[in-house]
Design a protein around this ligand. Sequence first.
Ligand code: BGC
Length: 779
Amino acid sequence: MRRRLLSLILIWIFISTSNLYAQVRSPQLGKNSVAEVIAAMTTEEKARLVVGMGFVFPHPSLQTEEDRNTPEKVLGAAGRTHAIPRLGIPSLTFADGPAGVRINAVRGRDTSHTYYATGFPIATLLASSWDTDLVSRVGVAMGSEVRDYGIDILLAPGMNIHRNPLGGRNFEYYSEDPLIAGKIAAAFVKGVQSNGVGTSIKHFAANNQEFNRFQSNSIVSERALREIYLKGFEIAVRDAQPWAVMSSYNRINGIPASERSDLLTTILRGEWGFKGIVMSDWWGGTDAILQMQAGNDLLMPGTVLQTQAIIKAVNEGVLSKKTLDQNVEHILNMILQTPSFRGSKYSDQPDLKANADIARQAATEGMVLLKNDNGALPLASPGKIALFGNASYDLIAGGTGSGNVNKKYVISLDQGLLNARYRIDESFRKSYLRFMDEQKEKRPKVDAFRLPPPIAEMAVDANQLEQLARDADAAVLTIGRNSGEFADRKVDNDFNLTATEQTLIQNVANAFHGKGKKVVVVLNVGGPIEIASWRSSVDAVLLAWQPGQEGGNAVVDVLTGKVNPSGRLATTFPMSYSDVPSAKTFPGKELPGVAPSGLNPFGDKPSESTYDEGIYVGYRYYETFGVKPAYEFGYGLSYTKFSYGNLKLSSDKFLVVTASVPVTNNGKVSGKEVVQLYVSAPKQGLSKPALELKAFAKTRLLKPGESQTISFTLSPKDLASFDPASSSWIVDPGAYTIKVGASSSQIKRSASVNVAKQIVVQKSQKLLAPTVSLKELNP
Ligand code: BGC
């Protein structure tokens, strides 16, 4: 017995000293310098570090046996990096996405502990709050779940521009305007990262559609890229230093974004000072070596082919050691900040209750009241509501694909009304639930990532309608839309209402108006739909977006006036789809030939989309070309009224100017106003939009009669345009009109400042230029 004990002790001493020896021999990340760790790495280890792992679908054979068998730390997370234990390098875990942490809620058969995450409102709703403090609070809450679930980087925010209302992932993005997208993203990133975890802003860049998304070429001018499609990313990088940037799938002027060193290195790192890592989108790009050379540090989710190609290229001198070391250095510097490196303990128990409260509050702040005739809203309380529309009973909390969240529950609108002690017709409710169940059964089955076809609206017969109109105090009717990865939306039966929706609206309106009762439409959508043809039939329209898991409660908070709506459109609602400046070129055309090599997991065809509207995207187009939208950028009603006092400028000559304006609540209830500052540039030099948003702020909750003075400071960079001839940001001389208002067309006050002579704000070089000639729209 004693001899056995002695030999066990000897074995233990041997194991621990040999471990110690190995550790003494190899430098350790954190203890030794990053340079020393890199010097100790073999080419194989470097190649393992720059190629990720952890997502088997759809190519299991492209992962090594070892990777396939390495247990996942967080089930359902989108991907991981390889650990190199001998050098003290841990594996990192990345999870989506913009509306909350997307991981599996249940792990295997064990249901004793669940891993639900809060379903926050979609990004488009958050941006419609025009409230950076609020978005930062959402970021803090979401980031706490990233931390509590042991994840290192959240694959969010998505911040591509709403180039066209049909973009299938627009709901994951903020706005048609890069200033809003940039400022809201920066606030979100700071909030998330305050938890000691990272973000990966995505998808960099000009990734504005889902059609053939792995193979589509965005043909865009340098000016439109700089001013519209890169600007938001620039603001987020400069203001918030995200830990990571995710390069996009698409090509930009012929070359995959993840293979463009002008984008990922010269502009991102050189001009903007980005310090983090660049990761590819999942299976993005065609050539691992070109990606490495471009500065796409990490290939996600990684394949064994990429690892082998990198090792071979280094051995044959095709990929320089210096380039690979640079990518490795970026990754190691980032790893040093992560919870996995710090060995942080995590609870697996986020505060879902507190975060649900934040989700509900945020949802109410980003809803936009589009129409409210004769005080139809707020609803009288407590009352009886006749509730129509499939989405009333099956609220769409958010979009599908990687922007989805496995949340514990979704509060529907019927539930929200009941929670607020409104009454609804129980047997009518049951008939909706039965109808939805039956229809869902009949739908074709699709995988978890795809969107099942929508269910046509339930027909309500005339007698029933008559009875409901007699019994209820008002009608609330919800129109629902969903979309997600892999597909863009369509014009018919999506942007435009379906025939059954039009009929339902007209029938409900006739029945309720016949009894002198109001009809309220709730839009439970991820992006614009056509409104002009039916809005005159109803009394009020509330744009609730896809409001997250607390949606039903949040809609009711606004319908009842518990919260006064203060959301404003950050994306225009056009009169008709044909009015959209990119209507003819979105989503582009397929090209003859087969897709080039690379992974192309979904068989996408080569295609291209020509951005010939140039910088005239969204309100920049509608306001400049005099095309009246249904609801303009910046628009939104309140249950109160605001007035604007005199606009004061600190100087009438420009270098730095502070503009201030007092805003007063002149109505009967408390409310918040979104104050928007636009600038109209002189008509000389480069062609300019009629006006451009240059600053915005939301007031605090103002009581009736209360005022707040809002101040904005503008410096030359705010007024600069990108001049492709000199590859520089310049401010042309002349008179600039500073306009303060409540939307792009409701300007309340204006004043002018003079720029004496041209200012060159920043000099760049010719980068990202199209290789074909582009005929851009010009006023
Ligand atoms: C999406 C990314 C996402 C990634 C990981 C890709 O298909 O485009 O936005 O972060 O998958 O789930």
